[in-house]
Design a protein around this ligand. Structure first.
Ligand SMILES: Cc1cc2nc3c(=O)[nH]c(=O)nc-3n(C[C@H](O)[C@H](O)[C@H](O)COP(=O)(O)OP(=O)(O)OC[C@H]3O[C@@H](n4cnc5c(N)ncnc54)[C@H](O)[C@@H]3O)c2cc1C
Length: 403
């Protein structure tokens, strides 16, 4: 594809958030609205999603079958008419393959395959040159394009590491200490290894199961007691039950606290909890709850790990399933944009207007960075749908556009 000089809307990222946005845009205004391009280093949609589900060998989604990128909530159930055995109880959670196949069908039906321009966006420069505010996107290829509006949908934030990782003074082989995003179970041989996994979210559970299957012994260490929850945040956060009060709250710090409380660190699904407890009873896994590492040093061929309770342990590898954090000020694509369109930043999250724009701009943000408007599910598929409800009117209705 030849890169045009100008585009009405540039969507940055081709993940599930962006895919959800494009189908909702086309549904609202298919006749007029194809003036967008999606930028991603990958030439195909959902690459990061597929990579992560494969790397962690995740059999099915945590979210129910109504959460997917198509505007019709029942579309996935219809698609699964002859594949009922790939919908898992409770709440018909789609199997990984079913969900991926469905997304391919969505891409085909909405004719989105050729909407991706395969290049990483390196910089976004707000520009007044054309007498109206525009954004210049600088691509990894060196090319540039002017966009009237931009949607940032770049995903998961930056990896979050515990303090003690920075205090490691010994050199260590890089593959012996990994964040969960770097672990690829498909490519590892772990027989005879002992692995410390840190974190109480579902990712720890997937990695623990994967490591056990590959013949390792596993210790799962969590700061708090393991929590059991079906979803990451209660379903009340998908509708007015909790969101009414959330949106009425004008103190952004309080909103931030509400988001934190709703997600409350990580949690395991009941079925994962059952599997972990069973493995623990069989002596295959050690669940070390309410325990924290104070320091770790590499002494070939083992990690020497000290905990706050005074105990010492040895492991061949450490995996940090400690999540990611969303920090607007550290996002490489937001530096210039925030200078031109400053907004209050609350614990890393930008305050956006009701259409998810930086104030007085045509710069939209979806995903975890939009949590102060969307609430605790902002980063999830359900959050993408909610973001579309806010953003799409401002994109398709001329009366709501800026500039
Ligand atoms: C293992 C795992 C399982 C999950 N399971 C569920 C679930 O079952 N249900 C649910 O609702 N949520 C789930 N989530 C949460 C969430 O839905 C996913 O993280 C999802 O991938 C987020 O979508 P996204 O589009 O924001 O980000 P991503 O899928 O990460 O996509 C972002 C895209 O942006 C691109 N990008 C980044 N920077 C640039 C740049 N500078 N220029 C161009 N492109 C760029 C990346 O290449 C990437 O393709 C899960 C998350 C993880 C990690």
């Amino acid at each position: 594809m030849k890169l045009p000089k100008y585009i009405d809307l540039a969507i940055i990222g081709a993940g599930v958030q962006a895919l959800t946005l494009t189908t909702h845009l086309l549904q609202k205004s298919a006749k007029h609205y194809h003036k967008f391009l999606v930028f991603d280093p990958s030439p195909t949609w959902m690459r990061q999603w597929q990579r992560q589900f494969a790397a962690q060998q995740i059999p099915c989604l945590r979210s129910p079958a109504v959460h997917h990128p198509d505007p019709n909530p029942y579309q996935l159930r219809n698609f699964a008419e002859h594949r009922q055995n790939e919908l898992f109880s409770p709440y018909d959670r789609p199997g990984t393959k079913l969900f991926n196949d469905f997304c391919q069908e969505v891409i085909r039906r909405w004719q989105l395959a050729d909407k991706i321009y395969p290049a990483k966006v390196m910089q976004i420069i707000p520009s007044q040159q054309l007498s109206r505010p525009r954004f210049q996107l600088v691509l990894e290829t060196g090319e540039t394009i002017i966009a009237r509006r931009v949607v940032l949908a770049t995903g998961s934030g930056q990896v979050q590491l515990p303090d003690w990782v920075e205090r490691i003074t010994s050199d260590y082989p890089l593959d012996k200490l990994s964040h969960s995003q770097q672990v690829n179970l498909e490519q590892l041989k772990l027989r005879g290894e002992s692995i410390l996994i840190i974190g109480g979210g579902l990712t720890s559970g997937h990695l623990a199961k994967g490591a056990l299957n590959l013949g390792a012994t596993v210790t799962l260490m969590t700061r708090k007691q393991l929590q059991e929850k079906i979803f990451e945040a209660e379903p009340g956060w998908l509708g007015p039950k909790y969101l009414k009060e959330f949106h009425a709250q004008t103190d952004w710090d309080v909103r931030y606290q509400q988001i934190q409380q709703a997600r409350n660190g990580g949690s395991m699904t009941p079925e994962m909890m059952l599997q972990l407890r069973q493995a623990s009873h069989q002596g295959k896994i050690t669940l070390n709850e309410s325990c924290q590492v104070s320091s770790a040093q590499w002494q070939e061929p083992l990690w020497q790990v000290s905990c706050l309770d005074g105990n010492q342990h040895q492991f061949t590898r450490i995996w940090l399933a400690t999540g990611t954090k969303f920090k607007a000020t550290e996002h490489p694509l937001l530096q210039n944009v925030l200078e031109t369109y400053p907004t209050q930043i609350v614990n890393g999250l930008p305050v956006l207007d009701q259409y998810l724009r930086l104030p007085k701009s045509n710069f939209f943000i979806m995903g975890g960075l939009a949590a102060l408007q969307i609430g605790p599910v902002a980063r999830n598929i359900a959050g993408a749908r909610m973001a579309c409800k806010s953003m799409v009117p401002a994109i398709v209705k001329p009366s709501l556009a800026i500039g």
